[in-house]
Design a binder for this molecule. Structure first.
Ligand SMILES: [Cu+2]
Length: 127
């Protein structure tokens, strides 16, 4: 009788152990390759905040239009062609409260500006 109980206990323990192993990967959120951090930049009436951002390759910068009543258009230098970092250009103005995001995969010092207000400048430093 005692050995039968031991067998049942062992079976239960084994079942829990196996269930724990099989359910592990689906409940854990493993970082996916190529998925970096997200860094937020506000586009305010006084410029990009922060103006200089340092990130790792693979990180994504999200700009949010926090200006009073104008669209913004963060884009790679040089104005107006935006060719220093191809692809870093939303190709349109971003309305109040809206966002634009870009994932930086290339290391370097990427200067950018607000295409609609080119005097407003910022820098993304990608390690
Ligand atoms: Cu421009």
């Amino acid at each position: 009788m005692k050995s039968r109980i031991n067998t049942i206990v062992l079976a239960v323990v084994a079942t829990v152990f196996v269930a724990g192993c099989t359910s592990g990967p689906s409940t854990d959120v493993a970082p996916q390759p190529g998925t970096g951090d997200i860094v937020n930049v506000a586009v305010t009436d006084s410029g990009f905040v922060p103006e200089v951002v340092e990130i790792d390759a693979g990180d994504t910068v999200v700009w949010t239009n926090s200006r009073t009543n104008v669209n913004v258009w963060p884009a790679s230098d040089d104005h107006p062609t935006h060719t220093k970092l191809p692809g870093f250009d939303p190709l349109r103005g971003i309305g109040k409260g809206q966002t634009y995001q870009f994932t930086f995969t290339k290391s370097g010092e990427w200067r950018y500006h607000d295409h609609l207000h080119p005097a407003v400048e910022g820098l993304i430093r990608v390690k």
